[in-house]
Design a protein around this ligand. Structure first.
Ligand code: SAM
Ligand code: SF4
Length: 361
């Protein structure tokens, strides 16, 4: 049995190189479904667990025990799994994340190889934006369609406190470069600080309206490496909206939400600037019943949910010589057992052992 050493208790792999156990009632072809009839079409791929920031809600100040190189999927292994996902499992969109995907030097090659798959999936990136100023154009040319840049405040000191690094200027440069490269829309992901969050949200929304970025505010989830998350400290979507309404006119966006996690609002500021705001109320208004995601970690494990307690080890399967049929069925079996909901609000909820940075947000 392979063990993921994060300096934390290991998660239990559901498979480890052995032939997948396929539940008798699971469809072995067609869309990637679970027992509740949800269809996964959106794949989140964590390319690395490493990062150059240390956001307090994600990583400890000292970092983590990074995954050893031989446990990471190679470029060819990753592309093979992506091909299985796209050609056999009906995945139509792939988002690369981490850790910080921009610390991966061959990111452009990964994107180009993904863009060459048939049918071509939509390709997105979630990044902290550091170094994006130098790479945005190349990423776009390689085939990147959409980008989300994480930014929780536009105040330099607060940024340094939240991320434990004084890098606000780099992120702002990255955002500008993404827009100049023609990535559209450029979305800004914000996880708000429990104390300064309301003020940060107002300034961030003004900043995004002024620059033509789309702000997405995400409720903080129990995925921090230190397991210090407290429900009572989460700034909820309703609290954020109440603050923003004092400064902006907000009207619900009439477009159907589908499986998108963000509830969208049309925003108009006093200065006449207009735009769109998304609120992802993952804790206070869970949207698990519409979830269309499947996840692949940098070390080749399939997770059927951010909060899953088990994983399916495709890397060992792949390295033991498994064919694409076996990989496909193992991935299907992993998704089949997806829980109805994340359970954050239920008594007895247990936070997953892997933090957000090692799962891929
Ligand atoms: N390093 C990249 C970044 O920050 O954009 C990609 C990985 S990061 C884990 C992906 C997203 O997860 C970011 O937008 C980040 O703000 C968010 N995130 C991290 N920890 C979180 C938590 N505990 N609750 C909610 N969102 C979180
Ligand atoms: Fe790094 Fe992203 Fe986690 Fe911040 S949220 S520590 S940038 S992985």
């Amino acid at each position: 049995m392979s063990v993921i050493d994060l300096g934390l208790p290991p998660v239990r792999p559901a498979h480890s190189g052995a032939a997948p156990q396929v539940p008798a009632d699971m469809p072995t072809e067609g869309p990637l479904v679970d027992r509740f009839g949800r269809v996964a079409t959106d794949l989140r791929v964590s390319l690395t667990d490493r990062c150059n920031l240390r956001c307090t809600y994600c990583m400890p100040a000292e970092g983590l025990d990074w995954l050893p190189g031989d446990q990471l999927l190679t470029h060819d292994e990753l592309i093979r799994l992506l091909r299985v996902a796209v050609t056999r499992l009906g995945i139509t969109s792939v988002r690369f994340t981490g850790g910080e995907p921009l610390v991966v030097r061959h990111l452009e090659d990964v994107i180009a190889a993904t863009a060459a798959l048939t049918p071509r999936p939509e390709i997105a990136l979630t990044t902290n934006g550091i170094g994006l100023d130098r790479r945005a154009e190349r990423l776009k040319r390689a085939g990147l369609d959409r980008i989300n840049v994480s930014l929780d405040t536009v105040d330099r000191q607060r940024f340094a406190r939240i991320t434990r690094r004084d890098r606000l200027a780099d992120v702002l440069a990255g955002l500008r470069a993404a827009k100049n490269a023609g990535l559209d829309p450029v979305k800004v992901n914000a996880v708000l600080d429990p104390t300064t969050g309301p003020e940060d949200a107002v300034e961030l929304l003004r900043f995004c309206l002024r620059h033509g970025y789309q702000l997405r505010i995400i409720e903080q989830m129990p995925l921090d490496a230190g397991h210090t998350w407290r429900r009572s400290e989460v700034l909820t979507a309703d609290e954020v909206l109440a603050t923003l309404r004092r400064h902006f006119r907000l009207t619900p966006d009439p477009a159907p939400r589908g499986s998108a996690p963000a509830r969208l609002w049309r925003v108009e500021g006093d200065d006449g600037l207009c735009g769109t705001l998304g609120i992802i109320a993952a804790v206070s208004q869970a949207f698990c019943s519409a979830c269309d995601r499947t996840r692949l970690t940098a070390d080749g494990n399939v997770r059927n949910c951010l909060f899953a307690r088990t994983e399916t080890d495709l890397r060992s399967l792949l390295r033991s010589g498994a064919d694409d049929d076996a990989l496909e069925q193992a991935w299907r079996a992993a998704m089949w057992t997806k829980a109805a909901g994340h359970g954050i609000n239920e008594e007895g909820f247990v936070q997953p052992d892997r933090p957000m940075s090692a799962i891929g947000g």
